[in-house]
Ligand binder design. Structure first.
Ligand code: AP5
Length: 307
């Protein structure tokens, strides 16, 4: 689905502030297009700006393109391409820092975080049949069967918030069959991030990890300790966060990881996950900004070419 935006700016100081009524009528939504008209008027800057955003599934018809260009005759025009949202997969061994980095990525880029492990824990908490079955596998450090995980992740990925804002898939796919299921749906990420962490560090991270059940924030007793005693008192440990269980989880990871990586070689970013949290994020951030910049250049040139 393509998406483009057009921003119209008018300097109030140079001419009277245009009213919303002076813009042509554009269908605000139908099955092919959805459009929104925003107005912001700041007394401080004496500048009025109006922004018309149109998301389209197909090329705009000539009539609508004409209306848009007529609207732009009243003042200087700034065409702003709204890039396609980011689609990111983050992968790595248990406790390599996927969840920690996802929090930071989500905060900066507004992507929808979809963590296979969290979806499964929600099923367990809700005591569903799938949850009960999933827990048996999770306790043994094994992969939960595809018939539970694949549909669950697919349904979440296809929800409108993820399609509109972009997504950040955490801990999926973990096997060749899961990666193939995504490929069969035509779902391919812009970037596949692999957090590479040495084994000794992983075990220390798992054993020291704690979760705040109130905020969902991830802590580590040594590396990211809680901010105060009140938070410290309510922290909990995950049922599979023991040294014995993480060894089983690591074994499962090693058995499957190469097959998954082979599918995403061309979009892979391998990051040294042994580094401090901020350094790992800086590397990911650089890669994501560069992808966004490229996307926005591509969309601008398609706009200029009228496609
Ligand atoms: P899941 O919940 O996905 O667990 P995991 O992959 O084992 O990963 P974790 O959540 O344990 O770790 P993380 O990489 O997010 O690390 P975090 O940021 O918390 O899966 C659990 C189970 O569900 C699986 O075993 C399986 O049974 C099942 N499952 C899940 N997905 C499945 C799928 N697709 N198919 C089938 N089954 C599936 O960090 C860890 C700790 O380290 C934290 O305390 C953090 O504060 C600290 N830390 C993080 N980064 C740093 C850093 N750079 N420096 C110092 N400390 C750090």
């Amino acid at each position: 689905m393509g998406s483009l935006g057009l921003a119209l700016s008018s300097m109030a100081a140079a001419r009277p502030t245009p009213s919303l009524a002076s813009f042509p009528s554009v269908p605000l939504s139908n099955n092919k297009y959805s459009a929104s008209l925003h107005s912001s008027d700041s007394l401080e800057t004496s500048r009025a700006s109006f922004c018309l955003e149109i998301s389209c599934h197909r090329r705009l018809p000539a009539e609508l393109r004409w209306k848009m260009s007529a609207a732009t005759r009243s003042g200087p025009v700034v065409a702003v391409a709204k890039p396609e949202p980011l689609k990111i997969i983050i992968s790595g061994a248990p406790a390599s820092g996927k969840g920690t980095q996802c929090e930071l990525i989500k905060k900066k880029y507004g992507l929808v975080h979809i963590a296979a492990g969290d979806l499964l824990r929600a099923e367990i908490a809700a005591a569903t049949e799938n949850g009960k079955r999933a827990k048996e596998y999770m306790e043994k450090g094994m992969l939960v069967p595809d018939e539970i995980v694949v549909t669950m992740v697919k349904e979440r990925l296809l929800q409108p918030d993820a399609q509109e804002n972009g997504w950040l898939l955490d801990g999926y796919p973990r096997s060749l069959s899961q990666a193939t299921a995504l490929e069969d749906l035509g779902i391919r990420p812009d970037l596949f991030i692999l957090l590479d962490v040495s084994e000794g560090i992983l075990i220390e991270r798992v054993v020291g990890r704690r979760l705040d059940p109130l905020t969902g924030k991830i802590y580590h007793l040594k590396y990211s300790p809680p901010e105060n005693d009140e938070i410290a008192a309510r922290l909990i440990q995950r049922f599979d966060d023991t040294e014995e269980k993480v060894k089983l989880r690591l074994k499962t990871h090693h058995q499957n990881v190469e097959a998954v990586l082979s599918i995403y070689k061309d979009v892979m970013l391998k990051v040294n996950g042994d580094a401090p949290i901020e350094d790992v994020f800086a590397e990911i951030d650089k890669a994501l900004s560069s992808i966004l910049e490229k996307k926005s250049k591509t969309d601008s040139s398609s706009m200029a070419a009228g496609s």
